[in-house]
Design a protein around this ligand. Sequence first.
Ligand code: DAH
Length: 349
Amino acid sequence: MNLQEKLVQLREEALVKVQASATLQELNEHRVAYLGKKGPITEALRGMKDVAPEERPVIGSLANEVRDEIQAAIQTLQESLEAKALEEALQQETIDVTLPGKKVSLGTKHVLTQIMEEIEDLFLGMGYQVVDGPEVELDYYNFEKMNLPKDHPARDMQDTFYITDEVLLRTHTSPVQARTMEKHDFTKGPLKMISPGKVYRRDNDDATHSHQFTQIEGLVIAENITLADLKGTLDVFAKKLFGAEREIRLRPSYFPFTEPSVEVDVSCFKCGGEGCNVCKGSGWIEILGSGLVHPNVLEMSGIDSTKYSGFAFGMGPERVAMLKYGIDDIRHFYQNDVRFLGQFTGKGQ
Ligand code: DAH
């Protein structure tokens, strides 16, 4: 095959390959292969020395022509491949500004925290202070100072986690009463406090029992406090929490730290007192235990029971929340299932 034929064949071959290139990289590989210094065209031109001198210009211009044609084909394809690549990139990076934004889900306060804060706000508004007490407590404060000496049968009402003979997990928030009374200076005014917090009992967990739950204790001590003060205070509380039409009633009961002791019912917020499944037909729902502070409790904390009297109450925020929102299992409060918690957004409740 002479040089001329070789160049023509090269042109055919190169143009086919160039046209078949699918990517810029492939195209570049063909450029290097055909037009590079070590490529066949350069190679072919080296063979010029064996060509008769009169044919050289013909072959020379043919070689240039072949090179230019390949070059042009590469150029054309390169432009279209580049345009295509740009088009694809633009397609991929397109931002649809009309798409709805991603929803940012916000956490909410735990429903118990919400109830506790609502109750705290109410009592703060009535001039009470909010007091904290230890969850790991002395038997002395949890029981003895609440008029429950060792071996008192009423200790059975509260199955206890003992840590040692004298140290335990508090079974109620009532010990905070004793801790606060001990320190209170009555020359500065009456004692008015509430104390929210966790308490513990050796119960088997079921729909209405939990080994850990919360309580809010309340205590007021001043001169001339009577059951009427207690009733008035709890009436305000019940109306605020359960609705302005609610009534309360007091039923005689027994607690070692109060005398007299009462259980407080609120008229059913579902049926208004007619009787329904929430109040179990009675028209009333029990919400807390309460009474006038037992003189022994006052005296044990150094308060003169002939001069001062007081009332106290203890309630369970879980029970309040269960009644208020129709929650049927106390364990929901502690399992932290967001499908449960997310229902209490704190808005409009
Ligand atoms: N400590 C009681 C309990 O856990 C609740 C209670 C009842 C608290 C009467 C009081 C009270 O302060 O006066 O069952």
